[in-house]
Design a protein around this ligand. Structure first.
Ligand code: PEP
Length: 244
């Protein structure tokens, strides 16, 4: 089966109740799209967004590896699921940098999310220094090996390649650079989970309406994880249309 196409938006720590009108516009224009459309708002907005997001999936931006307990300020995968989420982003570079999340922690969170019935979007990506040093493919292979748990499958896991130096900077890798990493990810996932595993592979990092079509034309790119350009339906809508 061909990998599912997914346009995923990551609102990060942006948005409020008034911003939910963006979801009404996306639902009106893209609920019947031929690709999956997902918005991951701040945790407080997951439930109200899921209540009104007909035809648009809603996800969390992180979850704890435990189902419940004494973890002040954290949110479990079960709680996300209960609030109406179907997906959760795990191991975003901002979590790895700001909260010291390791590959091992990312894999544990992914297992918890799968047990709760969520689809994970597991993020990997190199720093600019690593790319300049020619280490990109080794870094991605190592992050994939450590962050993607053995229970992963095309049904419960999406992998997002997000070069850290491209996130929120307006800079993107060349199409050849994206193709090289995605080919590696496709091969490594097939080696580990079988030829037909066909996990969806997203590219993320300064995707905009103006470059989306070119990025989606690259082999092994099954969609995008979009930050800044997912906040407004007027930007995210054209990106969804480019994938659709
Ligand atoms: C992201 O945060 O995952 C991201 C890709 O951000 P941006 O699209 O703003 O670069």
């Amino acid at each position: 089966m061909a990998p599912r196409k997914l346009a995923a938006g990551n609102w990060k720590m942006n948005g409020d109740l008034a911003a939910l009108e963006q979801i009404d516009i996306l639902a009106r224009d893209h609920a019947a799209a031929n690709c999956d459309v997902l918005i991951c708002p701040p945790a407080l907005l997951v439930h109200p967004m899921a209540e009104r997001a007909t035809g648009i999936a809603v996800g969390g931006q992180d979850c704890h590896h435990a189902a419940s307990g004494a973890h002040t300020g954290d949110i479990s995968a079960e709680q996300l699921r209960d609030a109406g989420a179907s997906h959760v982003i795990i191991g975003h570079s901002e979590r790895r940098t700001d909260h010291g999340e390791t590959d091992e922690m990312v894999a544990a969170k992914a297992v918890a999310a799968h047990q709760a019935g969520l689809t994970t979007i597991i993020c990997v990506g190199e720093t600019e220094a690593q790319r300049d040093a020619g280490e990109t493919l080794d870094v991605i292979a190592s992050q994939l090996a450590g962050s993607v748990p053995d229970c992963a499958s095309a049904k419960n896991t999406v992998v997002a390649y997000e070069p850290i130096w491209a996130i929120g900077t307006g800079r993107t890798p060349t199409t050849d650079q994206i193709a090289e990493v995605h080919a590696l990810m496709r091969r490594l996932m097939a080696e580990r989970f079988g030829d037909g595993a066909d996990l969806s592979l997203l590219y993320g990092g300064s995707v905009k309406p103006g470059n989306a079509a070119e990025i989606f034309a690259i082999a092994d790119v099954d969609g995008a994880l979009v930050g800044g350009a997912s906040l407004k339906a007027s930007d995210f809508g054209p990106i969804v249309s480019a994938l659709d």
